[in-house]
Design a protein around this ligand. Structure first.
Ligand SMILES: [Zn+2]
Length: 194
């Protein structure tokens, strides 16, 4: 998948996760998730991250090939080791990196080739099983997916900023019908809901 699709997909997951797991989104963890969503393609010299770190991507591709080590559970474990110090700083940073890296693998499973999730085992993991439903990189199907993700990201930003009282305008209106959880959060964050 292309860079834009990976970033849009991880943004949807990050913002959706905020309401699901009740963490407050911030720009740093969002940026970490976005960068981590590109990390696995460091085994691909023509990719943006591969071009930036050519001294890593070229030998990686020569030695292992694309969508193998860096797209595997072993690769994820290596990312976890590297991201562990961030977890000491803020656990959300660690999980943002892990979620970002996992989102990349998840999205690449939708690709025709799939990924070697259990590398060094050559078993390819794909979803869905029917090849005709999977996507070619940069194809019309991927562009449709990207558009849907961008629309969802926009909607998620609205619901998250509302749910966490971010970028809130001063108001006197309250909404008792939203329930006690909402009222408690409003009281905690000192913000209003409009
Ligand atoms: Zn990839």
């Amino acid at each position: 998948m292309t860079l834009g699709t990976h970033v849009a997909f991880v943004s949807v997951l990050y913002l959706g996760g905020a309401t699901l797991f009740d963490y407050k989104p911030d720009w740093i963890s969002w940026a970490l998730a976005a960068v981590a969503s590109l990390l696995p393609d460091i085994d691909l010299p023509p990719a943006k991250i591969g071009r930036l770190f050519w001294f890593i991507s070229v030998p990686l591709e020569r030695r292992f090939g694309h969508r193998t080590l860096t797209h595997s559970a072993l690769g994820l474990a290596m990312v976890a080791l590297l991201a562990a110090p961030l977890g000491l700083l803020n656990p959300l940073y660690f999980w943002a990196v892990m979620g970002g890296a996992w989102s990349h693998l998840w999205l690449d499973m939708l690709n025709i080739r799939g990924i070697d999730l259990f590398w060094p085992s050559p078993i390819r993991v794909v979803t869905p099983g029917n090849r005709n439903w999977r996507l070619e990189v940069g194809s019309k199907g991927e562009m449709i997916l990207l558009s849907a993700l961008l629309v969802t990201t926009r909607r998620s930003i609205r619901s998250v900023t509302s749910a966490f009282g971010m970028a809130c305008r001063p108001c006197s209106r309250t909404s008792p019908s939203r329930g006690s959880n909402t009222s408690a959060r409003r009281a905690r964050t000192g913000t209003c809901w409009n």
